[in-house]
Design a binder for this molecule. Structure first.
Ligand code: ZN
Length: 130
């Protein structure tokens, strides 16, 4: 299913775990996998800690230390740092479904990672039985 998401900051991690879990619960698949896919080149997807929001803030901080917004990049659009960060996070993640629930660890959340916002974005969830 297609999900729209509106980002509000230039760089931002948005917890989308509940949206994915709701889709899994509403499906007729008891056991299988969920693939969460982001069709963008300057946004990505990752799984990381959901308890302390400073964790994802620190990830943005560290990514900016490694790949500053301004730099001697060649790409004329001026958002090279965002392309690099999107590739590092990746464009999809897969979570096992057991008994209609995502098999995430207690501290794990699924994050949509915006690196060139704010923008209207989307992500897709594909649920596969197995
Ligand atoms: Zn670009």
């Amino acid at each position: 299913m297609r999900h729209r998401i509106q980002t509000t900051k230039p760089q931002q991690f948005i917890n989308i775990t509940q949206r994915v879990a709701d889709e899994v619960r509403g499906s007729n698949v008891e056991n299988g996998i969920a693939v969460i896919y982001v069709p963008h080149t300057t946004a990505g997807i990752t799984i990381n800690e959901n308890a302390d929001p400073d964790v994802v803030r620190n990830m943005i901080y560290a990514l900016n230390r490694a790949f500053p917004v301004e730099g001697e990049y060649l790409h004329i659009e001026g958002n090279s740092h965002a392309h690099i960060k999107a590739s590092l996070m990746g464009s999809s993640c897969t979570v096992i479904i057991r008994d209609k629930r995502l098999m995430l660890g207690t501290w794990q959340g699924i994050y949509f990672c915006e690196f060139d916002g704010p923008r209207d974005r989307e992500f897709f969830v594909k649920i596969i039985e197995g």
